[in-house]
Every structure is written in C-alpha cells, then in structure tokens.
Design a protein around this ligand. Sequence first.
Ligand code: PLP
Length: 452
Amino acid sequence: MKKQQYERPVIQKLNTGLMNKFGTKTEYSPVTHIDDVGVKDLINEFGSPLFVISEKTIRDTYASANRAFKTRYPKVQFAWSYKTNYMNAVCNVYHQMGSWGEVVSGFEYQKALKNGVPGNKIIFNGPDKTIDELKSAIENDSLIHIDHLDELYTIIELVDEVKKRPRVAIRVNMDTGIYPMWDRFGFNYENGQAWDAINKIILTDKMDLVGLHCHIGTFMLAPSAYGIAASKLSELALGIQKKYDKKIQYIDMGGGFASKNTLKGSYLQGVDASPTFDEFAEAITTSILNAGFVEDELPLLILETGRALIDDAGYLLGSVISNKRLSDGRRATILDFGVNVMFTSFWYDHKVSPAQEFSQYTEDAVLYGPLCMNIDVVRENVTLPPLKKGDHVVVHTVGAYNMTQWMQFIALRPAVVLIDLDNKPHVIRKRETLESIDANEQLPSYLKDFKL
Ligand SMILES: *Cc1c(COP(=O)(O)O)cnc(C)c1O
C-alpha cells in the first residue's frame, strides 16, 4: 500500500449551497485505482475518456441479489435486462452466473441468441415485435410477453403457420400506489383488461399462458409497491387456476429496483436512499408466499432487475480539458466527456472523484462536457478540490444505460474495458473511429467531387 500523504488538520466552515443531512461534504479521497488497476495506467493504455467495468463488482452484486431472494423463496430465476447494458461481455458474465436473457426488441433478441442463450431462456418483452420476430420467437420456444391485443391477434394468426404452440405471458400494469402510474405497457389489472386478455388466450386455445409479468416503474424507491404488484399478480394466477384449472408457471416481477445513484434534487445520497435487495426481496416474496398457493405449486419467481445489478460496476474515466470563470464568478471545469456518453447525468448527480492527490481546499464548480452545446453539463453544482488541466477524474455508478443510450454526437464513443477477477483489463468494445462510423455511409458518385 502507498504511504498516505500527511495533511495538516483544518477547521473548515460549511459552504452555503445545497446541503444534505450530513452537511455539505468537503472531504474526498482520490480514486487512483479501479479494483487494483491504476486509473492513470488505464487512461494511458486505452485513452480518455474510457468506460471501465469491474467484473468483481458485477459478480458480488449479483451474488447478494441472488442470496436475498433465494434465502426467502424456493424458486428464483434472474433474467438479464439487455437494454440496461448489452455489451456482449457483460451479458455473458450474467449468463455465466445463471441469468437468462430479457430483451425488448428484435435487435436485442438476436444479440441474446448470438451470445448463446437458449431460445427457451429468452424473455421477449416490449411493444414492438414484428411478425418475423414473433415467428422466430415461437420457433425457438421463447417466452413471449404480450403487450397489447394486436400482438395477441398476430400470434393467434401465426400459430397455424408455424405449427408450434407458443409459450406466452401477459404484461400487466396496475396501481401500486406510485404515481404517475405506468399504464402504457401491457394490460391493466384494475379495469379488467388483464382478465380480458387472459380469457382470450385461454379460450382461443392456440398458445400456453405460462406466466404473468409486470415492470412497475424505474428507479423505484418503494419496496412496498413491489409487494402490492406481487399480490395482484398472485391473485390473477390463483384466479386463473380457479376459473380454468390451469397453473401459471411463473410470476415475473420485472426490474426497476433503484441503484445507488443519487437522483437530482434528492435530499439523501443514493447510498442512503435506495432500499437494499433484502428489502425488495422481503416485500415480493412475502406477498407471493401469503397469496395462498399450495406448497408444491408455488410459481417460479423471475426478476429482470437491471440497473441495481450493474450500475455500481461501471466507471467513466476522463480528463480535465480546461478551467474557466463564469460571469458570475463560479468555477467551471471542462471535461473530455459529456452527456453524449453520460446520458444519465440528465437525471442523476453522479459522484465524481479526482483521480490524484489534492489538498483539502474545495470550491463549488460546474462540470461541463466537451460538446459545443449548452446543455452539456455533467454536474450543475459540485464541491470539489480544484482540478487542473490534464488531471483525471473518475465518475461512479455509470454501469446502467450509459453504454446503450450513448450518442455518437459530435465526438466518437470511447472504448469499454472490463477488469477481470485477476485485475487484467480487457477491451470489450473498441473506441470508435472515423472508419467505423463511415462504414455505414454511402456517397452517391455525383457528390464525390467538388471544387472550392
Ligand atoms: C428496462 C426494463 C427492465 C430493467 O429495468 P431496470 O430499471 O434497469 O432494473 C426490466 N424489464 C423490462 C420489461 C424493462 O423494460
């Protein structure tokens, strides 16, 4: 271990401005390593900015989520939400740990198949499944989660052609006490749409209704909402058993558990505000266990949690381009990454740590990205030790959605590196180049030449 640098003790007045319960935080420690790999070495080797993913954190977080559910309920299955992070290497870490695949488009469905997920372990969600995609999902025996009646009718039509009985579930939306309610996907529980779909599926007798699905929201901070949702799905499952003598094989609770990020405007830091996996697991499993299933007929519990599993494992490393003073005197620090690669900075106050030693002096600053665009703000207000041109920073908790929602706008997208369990970095996505972007463009020959 490196010898700690001595700093004389200082009495520091709390700065005015945004405060949380703990006062404005003025102490930071530099983050010089991710796992055991030096931030400077990573940037020197792979460039700046750079996404870094810790395989160890992925595996540890997954293990604790798995433990939280498996200690409370006998039959649990995770399905990795591709849209949260579909780097193939990331997906395969989850698949190695036993996760199925959960996809919301034909593109993601292809990706899961290509990664080697068996068709019958792919859950196909989403409102937009084309006829060809549905056909291939039926042929591969995938779990098709029906979103609307038009999709149901299309599947009914396809069955005669494909000559295979599809395995389907319906997505159910419902009042869980969280508003605005997410009611644009699936069939509503309270107004009878869900029963309407169930009746049609069972009475047309063209497919097997094997599951019930919900995904009640995103970045959910209330485990009780999941408890309500699990009760309602259980009630539907038991109702189907009573009315049609058919057993529902699984209840899929979707995703949406909050990660440890801090939502903008949140009074508490994310690490203090977000419930633990144990709290979500307790709410969900208690509801299902209390619902009245016979012991050996408990449904499989499927979880499609995304952000809460991966967010912590992702880091974005970057460099300081410049400092300037805004007209109101505030310090502005310009970084080499912005909202183009850190889409989530629109709704989170991401923690940003300097990657090198610094003094305890701090100053309020605005962190800007490199884009020539006014909204390119990484942090509107952050108290940081002053950073110099060329210094490095580490942004925390960026594993979810940034590597799928990033934009190739103005700048090329950076490389993504996975640090394995032996602290060896692997490039899992190469940095984009002009050639890789140009590969899809076509120039009509009459536009090739010009004279200026
Ligand atoms: C996005 C999504 C998930 C994952 O959500 P997180 O908020 O990342 O946990 C799971 N299921 C469905 C249907 C989704 O659309």
